[in-house]
Design a binder for this molecule. Structure first.
Ligand code: SF4
Ligand code: SF4
Length: 460
């Protein structure tokens, strides 16, 4: 092993153990993507790394850094780890710690929008994850959850059946018996994600077409994502019925997972396969809009030209229709309108709103859900501290990184509690699960609802 390699390895170990002194702007900026003779198998384009000037501004906004104060848990440190790998100064196969640090990133983009150089840290982490998968293959978690379940809609329905059986059979109650409770802490944590009264999946129970009375105002394709399908099926039904009551013809074609979980894992091949299968159902027919109640799916569909492969024939079909992709709050506010005469007063309700990362930073949607909430008579909207800070849900992060995810959720729950709100409004099923679980663990009775559920409650 060369001296350089050994020195890099020691630096990295100190960074990972948190004992390294950070030296901003140190002069050893190594060449990128040209490590002659270096032992590195990374093939992605990492030129974005060179734009990081190591100023450290990202420290003030990164949720994982806020919980750990660890330099390897913030954009600057993560970028440096990938820099070392990419320069061949460290062989990632020597230490699992590096891929863990890359996997620990929530991809929440808080660092990106607050970075003076707008360094796309999320893109750098995604590139590294793609390279990791290319060489070492999928992890067991990715094989089981992503390729094993999310990739197959019929298997997801079976998972839902098992979960409902677990709940209705009383097996769930066993976890909470005093005698078992202590030894079941991990399982109790995972159980907290399961909402009470899980319903039949939305894709199974809804028809493929719901027509309004009279001539429709518009025809929309409603994309039912995997998490909405299983965990918030009631919300999907309420949203669809609201649209129908406002004169919208709602098509619900048979779709597969949008591919976002696979994309965040770096599983490019599966992203292309899943997205191409959805193009036929969603993008090929002529709809006025393509909508979904899930911010993450909306963000994925709005970037589907990249999902299917920018040079693929499917990209030609998708590209002209991308402006038609809307998350549901935007569709309602901008295209159906919020008529005060159509709303009755709800009993006084204090509501606070959580912005999902994919909506607020991914799609730039901040005001539409708030405008909906503010339009409802009886609703008082109270902003929480850090409303747009990631909740730690990040797709399946709550399951793959329970410790970090739980800590981030607790911070968010404290901010929700301080508002005194009785209802938390959220426009993303993954955030709904994550924050619902956090509130349950904290013993809070706070309801978690989609803004359109409140709007539907107030509708005449
Ligand atoms: S990622 Fe951006 S904010 Fe963070 S150190 Fe680099 S340049 Fe500064
Ligand atoms: S994307 Fe989010 S979690 Fe990842 S480094 Fe940036 S701020 Fe931190």
């Amino acid at each position: 092993m060369s001296d350089m390699h050994e020195a890099a390895k020691q630096t990295l170990k100190r960074l990972i153990t948190g004992t390294a002194k950070w030296r901003p702007n140190h002069s050893s900026d190594e060449p990128l993507n040209s490590p002659e003779g270096a032992n590195h198998p990374m093939t992605s384009d990492y030129s974005e790394i060179s734009r990081c000037n190591r100023c450290g501004f990202c420290q003030s906004v990164c949720p994982t850094y806020a919980e750990t104060m660890d330099e390897t848990q913030v954009a600057r440190g993560r970028i440096h780890l990938v820099r070392l790998l990419n320069n061949g100064q460290y062989d990632w196969r020597d230490d699992k710690g590096i891929s863990e640090k890359v996997d620990d990133c929530l991809l929440c983009q808080a660092c990106v929008v607050n970075c003076p150089a707008t360094v796309k840290t999320d893109e750098i982490m995604l590139a590294a994850r793609r390279d990791f998968i290319e060489i070492k293959g999928l992890s067991l978690f990715q094989k089981l959850v992503y390729r094993g379940a999310l990739s197959h809609r019929e298997r997801l329905d079976r998972v839902s059946t098992l979960m409902r059986l677990y709940e209705s059979s009383g097996a769930r109650n066993l976890l909470y018996l005093n005698i078992l409770r202590k030894s079941m802490e991990k399982l109790i944590y995972f159980d907290s994600f399961l909402p009470d009264g899980l319903e039949i999946p939305a894709r199974e129970s809804l028809p493929t077409l719901r027509r309004p009375q009279g001539e429709p105002k518009m025809k929309v394709a409603f994309f039912i994502g995997c998490a909405s399908n299983i965990f918030t099926a009631r919300t999907v039904r309420i949203v669809v019925e609201y649209l129908v009551s406002r004169g919208v013809e709602v098509h619900m074609p048979k779709v597969s997972c949008c591919g976002e979980p696979h994309r965040t894992a770096g599983d490019t091949a599966e992203v292309a396969r899943l997205s191409k299968s959805n193009v036929e159902a969603i993008f090929k027919p002529d709809f006025d809009f393509i909508v979904t109640d899930c911010s993450t799916c909306a963000h994925a569909l709005a970037h589907y030209d990249k999902f299917v492969g920018e040079d693929s024939p499917e990209a030609e079909i998708v590209r002209p229709k991308l402006p038609k992709v809307l998350e549901i709050n935007t569709l309602i506010r901008d295209h159906l309108g919020l008529e005060p005469s159509q709303l009755r007063e709800l009993p006084e309700t204090k509501v606070t709103y959580h912005d999902s990362c994919h909506a607020v930073r991914g799609l730039g949607v901040k005001d539409a859900p708030r405008d909906i909430l503010k339009s409802i008579p009886g609703v008082e909207l109270i902003e929480m501290k850090g409303a747009d800070s990631c909740c730690g849900g990040a797709g399946s992060y709550g399951f793959s990184h329970p410790e970090m995810s739980g800590r981030i959720a607790s911070t968010k729950v404290q901010n929700i509690k301080k508002t005194g709100a009785s209802t938390l409004a959220v426009s993303c099923p993954a955030c709904t699960l994550q924050l619902g679980a956090g509130l349950r663990r904290d013993g809070q009775p706070t309801k978690v609802l989609h803004p359109v559920e409140l709007l539907a409650q107030a509708s005449k």
